[in-house]
Design a protein. Structure first.
Lengths: 887, 177
């Protein structure tokens, strides 16, 4: 029935917009492509056929290998035609088909002829096509022409060669690097874009040579770069140079700042903006440096162009995170942007205002936002909710109006992500602002009365179970929770049962009533719900007498699981049923580093409800498997920690080597990951000779050489050391790569029989105290700190000497200890004079360690630090102090 | 941060979000379905905005998208989240204006499809493998139009289109002077 209806619709559509490609079909077009073989070529018709082929490819149609080859060969015939338009289409077509190496040979000669043609257009395009499809071997043949093209009079030809050079640098760096004289000349070109392309290529050629980049920047910032794009590049290179030299300059003006400031008066908007952004991103930028940049961004805020307004408000938003005071001047302009047509701009403006606003302006802002919330999409609302959360943490006194706002929007329509953001915010506010607890919990209770998301309901119930019993009147929550047992699906019911049990365990006065409710749950029609109710009734002693619930029962039922779930899951999967029962202590506790994307998210507060985010499969696991497969290391016991790879060679050397340090209780294994970057060589019997004379407590026990290391396929060699058991021994090791090198014939890929022994010096490697520390986070530092108790607390004060700023000092100590920063305390607000940083970790021997660091700047940049350590072992607390004292 | 400004893709869609011509320069969208999903998402997100007088801009996933509409054509340029918005806008404006010149003012879907070869060449002249080649609309259009005839062919053999192209080329050349 539906069929004809649809068809009719189609017909009507087609009438409405006629297309020259209507009813186009791949098979028919491929047939048409036979005209390419005609002895008398009709350029116009051929162009049309190519356009059709390109149209098909552009619409996502694919050609089979055979079809593509056929089309490619047919297209190559078209080089006979002298029609420029057709030739142009041929170039595009060849690029789209990306022919294989053996096919490329067919067009090489035609393209090389075009490359030396008198027609500029031919030269420019032939270069781009040839460089796109060629491989290294052909490149040496055409290198001469390319070098000429770079300095060609015609800017289009020069640009074509330079851009091709930028692409080729990825695959054939050694060849492109030989062109630097020509490229240098092209930087001086009068044509704007040639200058841009030449500068980009020149910088990429020299990027690993800091001195050369420095020279390039200082010569160009003095001269005049004509093209705005090239000027933007120069600004980026300049800020890179500033970043890298920042550590050396102690006092005085920042080098090149004048150049950046001068660019703020450039006539092109893109340059002005690039410079303003570069200034705001300078490390430790001062407010004097910031002012001119903020001024131009403020002007952009009232531009008629949305793109400019967006760029400006986005940059100011970032500045507001670190320098809220600097942005307050723009507040009036920013407020008018709240009604901007472009909702991205409006949202950015709101969140910026929330960051810069002072306590007195909060109420007025909230009024404006309430009107604004109804007409933006969920994704923007989430951003606003997050901004409000941080505002509330900044002004705890305002929690009433902010909490009300959150509970109002919680009642309105919205998707899961949005609701979750709100609930997370409320949870965080409850945790951090004690006065907000009662009202916040009630808001959450009301929300689950009418919540369509099972996930959120269960999470809230869990949270109620933790926080509810600690309030002054826990009984008022029971009704809300028990209602869930009546009205919800099985998952939520089970959650509600657990929550009830928690109230029962924690609040003795409520026990009898809770037991009555739990007994009713024994008749639930879901297994899980019944099982939970039974378990709780039995363990909490619900079979009659009301007794005090024992600590260990509480711990068993409600204690936290200190093992990452992913690790537990992996270990359970690997466990094979046998006589030996599964041992939960064998599960690795190392928290995996979070994916980069998450780290980058600015200002992300600790997750509210979800608990630790699940990361990718653990590398610890793969290391563990790898090491246990090597017989020499099999008896070393359980792997405690594997470090991140440490590079032992510079970038772009013949052999790239990095090392991973594996720490066992009584051993250390160095895993050297080697890569051979020379195609003409095969390395055999690769070992690393380690000199441990500066590491007294270590003795080499085993070494596992790598039999063969062919070009570009990484391999590993291992060296193992014995060290005193359980002792965090440190030391320095110098390394030498030793191997037998054999020449390889590049055409056949076969290695010669005879090899020569050779050595290659690697950089030194250190085993430091941080290697004996696992980064293990705790979800609530205050709780963990309190429950650890002050029995083995060690407190001392240290002077850290002069430092540029607090952030640097904080980072230095975190890296020294190798511990996990908690609750986002590793971030130091700019220009603050004091800071508290919380760290947690597990020290070798499985000892939990918590550290509270208090920093203060004292006088002219002298940083002092108070270090308080709590752990389960006195010796470990002392050891931590020793690390800091000697570091 | 990526030091050299780079373009992730350029899209020309119709008023229903269907492809007229698209060009991807990044591996962020490896398959055709990933590309189509991206186009659909971008189109839906921007559909209701008014981008007819000034280019508009939005953040999308981790991309910056600048866009401009005319008649039933939607022009988009995508860059990474750290890209200078002005640079993306310049590329968009270059593409937009060059198409305007090449279609001689009648910028709509029908005209664009009938001159798809010019649009494809235009894309080819603006960005090469993600690197900006040229942003000046007149230069781009000049380079594309320049190719529509063979200088060696006698005038009598030229078709009407070619003759028009010659005229157009003379026009753009005089514009360029």
């Amino acid at each position: 029935m539906a069929q004809p209806l649809v068809k009719k619709d189609d017909d009507r559509d087609d009438e409405a917009d006629y297309s020259p490609f209507l009813g186009i079909e791949k098979g028919a077009v491929l047939q048409e492509a036979r005209v390419f073989n005609d002895p008398q070529l009709d350029p116009r018709r051929c162009s049309q056929v190519i356009t059709k082929l390109l149209y098909l490819l552009n619409q996502g149609e694919t050609f089979t290998k055979v079809e593509a080859t056929e089309v490619f060969f047919a297209v190559t015939k078209l080089f006979q035609s002298r029609d420029i338009g057709l030739r142009r289409m041929v170039y595009v077509m060849i690029k789209e088909l990306s022919p294989s190496a053996d096919e490329v040979i067919i067009v090489t000669s035609s393209l090389m002829k075009d490359m030396t043609s008198k027609t500029d257009m031919y030269r420019a395009n032939a270069i781009r096509v040839l460089c796109r499809i060629t491989d290294g071997t052909l490149l040496t043949q055409i290198e001469r022409y390319l070098k000429q093209a770079i300095v060609d009079k015609n800017p289009v030809v020069a640009s074509a060669a330079l851009v091709s050079g930028i692409h080729l640098l990825q695959t054939n760096p050694e060849i492109v690097k030989r062109w630097s004289n020509e490229v240098q000349e092209a930087v001086q070109s009068r044509a704007a874009l040639v200058q841009f392309h030449a500068l980009a290529l020149l910088h990429q050629i020299r990027q690993n040579d800091r001195l050369a980049v420095n020279k390039l920047v200082s010569s160009l910032t003095r001269g005049s770069v004509r093209s705005p794009l090239a000027q933007c590049l120069l600004i980026r290179y300049t800020s890179q140079v500033i970043r890298e030299s920042a550590n050396n300059t102690q006092t005085g003006d920042r080098p090149f700042y004048d150049f950046l400031e001068g660019c703020l008066r450039h006539k092109a908007e893109m340059v002005i903006f690039e410079a303003a952004r570069a200034i705001t991103e300078l490390n430790g930028v001062t407010s004097r440096e910031l002012t001119p940049a903020i001024t131009v961004l403020q002007l952009f805020l009232s531009s008629s162009k949305p793109v400019l307004r967006f760029a400006a408000v986005r940059t100011l938003n970032k500045v507001a995170m670190t320098h809220p005071m600097a942005v307050t001047n723009c507040n009036i302009d920013m407020e008018s942007l709240i009604s901007d047509q472009n909702r991205s701009i409006a949202t950015l403006a709101i969140t910026t205002l929330l960051k810069t606003g002072n306590e007195s302006s909060v109420d007025r802002l909230m009024k404006q936002i309430t009107n604004f919330m109804s007409d933006i999409a969920d994704e923007f609302k989430i951003v606003v909710v997050e901004a409000i959360r941080s505002l509330c943490l900044k002004f705890p006194l305002k929690h009433r109006s902010l909490m009300n706002f959150l509970s109002n929007i919680l009642r309105e329509e919205g998707g899961f992500e949005y609701k979750k953001a709100i609930v997370d915010s409320i949870v965080i506010l409850i945790r951090d602002i004690p006065e907000a607890k009662d009202s916040g919990l009630l808001h959450l209770c009301e929300f689950i009365e009418d919540c369509e998301f099972t996930y959120l309901s269960t999470q809230i119930l869990h949270f109620l179970g933790i926080e509810g019993p600690k309030t002054s009147d826990p009984s008022k929550y029971i009704r809300y929770i028990y209602n869930r047992v009546h009205l919800e699906n099985a998952t939520v019911r089970a959650g509600a049962v657990s929550t009830l049990a928690k109230f029962g365990a924690m609040v003795d006065a409520l026990k009898p009533r809770i037991f009555v409710l739990l007994r009713r749950c024994l008749f639930d029609n879901d297994d899980e719900v019944r099982d939970r109710a039974t378990l709780y009734l039995n363990t909490l002693g619900g079979n009659g007498a009301v007794v005090e619930t024992g600590e260990d029962v509480k711990e068993f039922l409600f204690g936290s699981l200190d093992i990452p779930l992913v690790n537990l899951e992996n270990s359970l999967k690997n466990y094979e049923p046998s006589e030996e029962s599964f041992d939960i202590n064998s599960v690795p506790k190392e928290v995996k580093t979070q994916p980069l994307a998450e780290k980058k998210a600015p200002g992300k507060k600790p997750t509210g409800l979800g608990g630790p985010p699940t990361g990718p499969p653990s590398t610890v696991d793969t290391y563990e498997k790898l090491l246990s497969s090597i017989p020499e290391f099999a008896n070393f016991g359980k792997l405690f920690k594997s470090s991140a790879p440490v590079e032992l060679t510079e970038a772009e050397t013949e052999y790239a080597v990095n090392v991973v340090k594996h720490i066992f209780d009584g051993h250390v294994v160095f895993q050297y990951n080697c890569t051979n970057t020379i195609p003409e060589q095969l390395l055999e019997n690769v070992t690393v000779i380690v000199d441990a004379s500066e590491a007294e407590e270590f003795a080499e026990v085993a070494s596992k050489p790598l039999r063969s290391l062919p070009y570009d396929s990484p391999g590993q060699t291992f060296v193992a050391f014995e060290k005193p058991e359980g002792v965090p021994a440190v030391g320095k090791f110098s390394n030498m790569l030793r191997f037998i090198v054999k020449e390889v014939d590049p055409s056949t890929g076969e290695a010669e029989d005879d090899g020569v022994e050779d050595e290659y010096q690697l950089e030194e490697l250190e085993v430091v105290a941080a290697d004996y520390m696992l980064k293990v986070g705790v979800s609530n530092f205050r709780n963990a700190w309190e429950s650890m108790g002050a029995d083995f607390e060690r407190v001392d004060e240290y002077g850290l000497g002069p430092r540029d700023n607090l952030a640097e000092a904080v980072n230095a100590v975190i890296n020294l200890l190798g511990m996990q920063p908690c609750e986002g305390t590793e971030v130091v607000p700019n220009s603050s004079r004091s800071h508290t940083c919380l760290l947690s970790g597990v020290y070798i021997g499985n000892v939990m360690v918590l550290v509270r660091l208090q920093f203060g700047i004292d006088g002219p940049k002298d940083v002092a630090m108070k270090l308080a350590v709590r752990s389960e072992d006195e010796a470990v607390s002392d050891a931590i102090h020793e690390i800091v004292a000697s570091g | 941060m990526e030091l050299c400004p780079s373009i992730k893709n350029i899209l020309l869609l119709d008023s229903e979000g269907k492809r007229i011509a698209v060009k991807y320069y990044s591996d962020d969208w490896p398959t055709n379905s990933a590309k189509e999903a991206y186009e659909k998402a971008v189109f839906t997100k921007t559909q209701k905005t008014n981008a007819r007088t000034e280019a508009e801009i939005t953040m999308f996933e981790n991309y910056i998208v600048v866009y401009k509409f005319v008649q039933d054509l939607h022009f988009f340029v995508t860059g990474g989240e750290n890209e200078n918005e002005m640079i993306l806008a310049t590329v968009l404006q270059g593409f937009f204006d060059a198409v305007g010149i090449l279609l001689r003012g009648t910028v709509d879907k029908k005209e664009a499809l009938e001159n798809l070869d010019l649009i494809l060449l235009c894309l080819d002249e603006i960005v090469d493998g993600g690197i900006i080649l040229e942003t000046d609309a007149n230069v781009v259009a000049g380079k594309v139009a320049n190719h529509s005839l063979d200088a060696g062919a006698p005038l009598s053999e030229q078709t009407i289109t070619q003759a028009l192209a010659t005229a157009r080329e003379h026009l753009t050349r005089s514009l360029l002077k």
